[in-house]
Ligand binder design. Structure first.
Ligand code: PLP
Length: 392
């Protein structure tokens, strides 16, 4: 199908809820996608942080094919060989304090379940989240989202959601009374413009949660599964070594096959009983095969070390480029910060040069969420294109 026809049909039959790039990728490999018109793009957006193993990683494709031929789906009322391996592997990648996985289908669903676990564990109802937070679009998760107009879109909001200042422990302490079940945060706020707090903030959060009987939930839907140059932000030096009670995941976890998860510490796991949580599709065989293959591909190809190396290269080579104020974030969750609010203009100009990037709610920040297999040469071609643009 030619692009004009694809666009016209989609516009006729699909609700226009997204502003779209003016092309239709029909195949992909590694960090590249190819459009219906045969044009190749270097993908530094990764389908919104999903394609961490790159497009169509052979291990993932082979594993999905093999699983599809064996058994596409059965629900959680049966045991499953592939689910057993996925849960064991995922828990093994996580910090030692994490002992169990619960599988669902998306990031918003993972966050809904995490908040429910906190309410079940504590018998309390409120949840503290932060200025600039994004946690998803279902009722509870959108009510926990204080970025932009999302709470307005999600009206009526679920009661009991209160907002502290990201990075400011005093503002959390002021809200942390005996009604609060959990403090939930993206440890690096991606949509807000790749904002990270000092390690001390996460340490103080952990201390406050323990002191006041609240659970700590890290929404690692974007930061998890290798993206920040560690399997998880939880437990990392950047987190001050802090491990939360629940880690939520989605996006990269299935290399594009929809899958979400909550990883829980034993104190939470032991409070959850039969029938407390559930989902038909969560833990299905095809999704679980995607999880296993994704974790193996990241491990075997050394993608976490690569994410750190590419970050280092970008830091070195973007420093001093005129008009660039800095590089936020870590690993391959990065925000190029400009001196002026020109991120949308730069994104468009890069797209015209065959490079896909993302914007954020901060007009000065261009987001990079590329596959973790991005090579040095591919990174260099982005740096060159950006340098040329900034010197115009
Ligand atoms: C940090 C974070 N949490 C939750 C979500 C929601 O995930 P999903 O779109 O899979 O429901 C997103 C999506 O962008 C996200 O970035």
């Amino acid at each position: 199908m030619a692009f004009e026809e694809i666009a016209a049909r989609e516009e006729q039959f699909q609700l226009a809820t997204y502003k779209k790039f003016p092309f239709a990728p029909v195949r992909g490999l590694g960090s590249w996608v190819e459009t219906s018109e045969g044009v190749r793009y270097l993908d530094l957006y990764g389908g919104h942080a999903v394609c961490a193993t790159g497009h169509c990683h052979p291990r993932v494709v082979e594993s999905l094919k093999a699983q599809a031929e064996r058994l596409l789906f059965y629900s959680n009322v049966v045991y499953s060989d592939v689910r057993a391996v996925a849960a064991e592997k995922l828990v093994a990648c996580a910090p030692d304090e994490i002992t169990k996985a619960f599988f669902c289908n998306s990031g918003t669903e993972a966050n809904e379940n995490a908040m429910r676990m906190a309410r079940m564990k504590t018998g309390r109802e409120s949840v503290i989240t932060f200025t600039g937070s994004f946690h998803g679009r279902t009722a509870d998760a959108i009510s926990a989202t204080f970025l932009g107009k999302y709470r307005e879109i999600g009206r009526p909001n679920v009661p009991g959601h209160v907002c502290a200042e990201f990075g400011d422990i005093a503002s959390v302490a002021a809200l942390a009374d005996e009604t609060v079940a959990a403090v939930m945060l993206e440890p690096i706020q991606s949509m807000a413009g790749v904002r990270e707090a000092a390690p001390e903030f996460y340490r103080e959060l952990r201390r406050l949660c323990d002191e006041r009987g609240m659970l700590l939930i890290f929404d690692e839907v974007q930061t998890g599964v290798g993206r920040t140059g560690e399997w998880f932000f939880a437990g990392s030096d950047a987190a001050g070594g802090v491990v939360p009670d629940v880690i939520t995941l989605a996006k990269a976890l299935g290399s594009g096959v929809p899958v979400g998860a909550c990883l829980t510490a034993e104190g939470v796991a032991s409070a959850i009983k039969e029938n407390d949580l559930g989902t038909t599709f969560g833990g299905g065989m095809l999704a679980m095969a995607a999880v296993v293959a994704t974790l193996e591909a990241i491990e075997e190809d050394g993608m976490i070390a690569n994410a750190r190396a590419v970050e280092g290269y970008l830091r070195e080579n973007l420093a001093g480029v005129p008009g660039i104020a800095g590089l936020r974030g870590r690993g391959l969750l990065l925000g190029v910060e400009f001196e002026e609010p020109i991120a949308a203009k730069v994104q468009k100009a890069l797209l015209e040069r065959g490079i896909i990037t993302g914007t954020s709610s901060d007009a000065r920040v261009l987001r990079l969420l590329p596959p973790l297999c991005l090579t040095r040469e591919e990174t260099a071609s982005f740096v060159e294109a950006l340098q040329a643009l900034m010197e115009l």
